[in-house]
Write a protein of this length. Sequence first.
Length: 251
Amino acid sequence: MLVEQFSETMDLIFGQLLKQFAEGEEYAFYQFGPKEMKRIGYSTNITPAIVRQAAENRVGLIVTHHDAWDFVYGMKEECHSLLKEHGISHYFVHLPLDYAEFGTCSSLFKALGINDLLQASYHGEGRSFPGIGEFMDYLTFEELVDRVENVLNEEVKAWKNSDKHIKRVGIITGAGNSTDNIRDAFQLGCDAYLTGEKTLYTVQFAQYIGMNLIVGSHTFTEIFGVRALAEKLREKFNDLELIELKEEHFE
């Protein structure tokens, strides 16, 4: 896959979503690697450890959901220095991947076995609105927690704030910790809300309104969307080799 083919494919995959969100802040392609890319590594985040792992695996391009955050002071500069040193390109795509039809939220619903998607996650009024989906059959809260832990392969935080069985679930992957997000899910009749971060207010509000709450990690609630994007690239260029760059369960 040539650099030009990769850029064209991203335009085709995301379409209007790339026009909706700002290049450089919500997506960018840092071209430090070869013009032809045969092996792609993917992960939710980029860190110096991820770049070194990619170099060990002779990856020509890293695809991530997040760029290195500017407020994690100095890390972006170190990542770019290592990318240049090892001749690896980096493409990150944030909000467009969150709201793509196959993106982070939809991919997590699919992984959990929810194929009846009533509302896709979307961006409006300057914030995210949850995806809403329903299981075919009701689950107990404990069964849902077990399923989420098995899918994410990590322990989660869980607050049972209602005795109701679970059918309708609201999800915002990553940082869906706003009380606005929980209220959206509540007003749409959700029996449980799942996200990847929490604050004191997240927990308090969920308890106050009786919303069952499950919180995994930011990283592993979003990896499914990045994996789906990588697989779309391999569908287009079937000679590509994909490598999931491993991140720690430390959140």
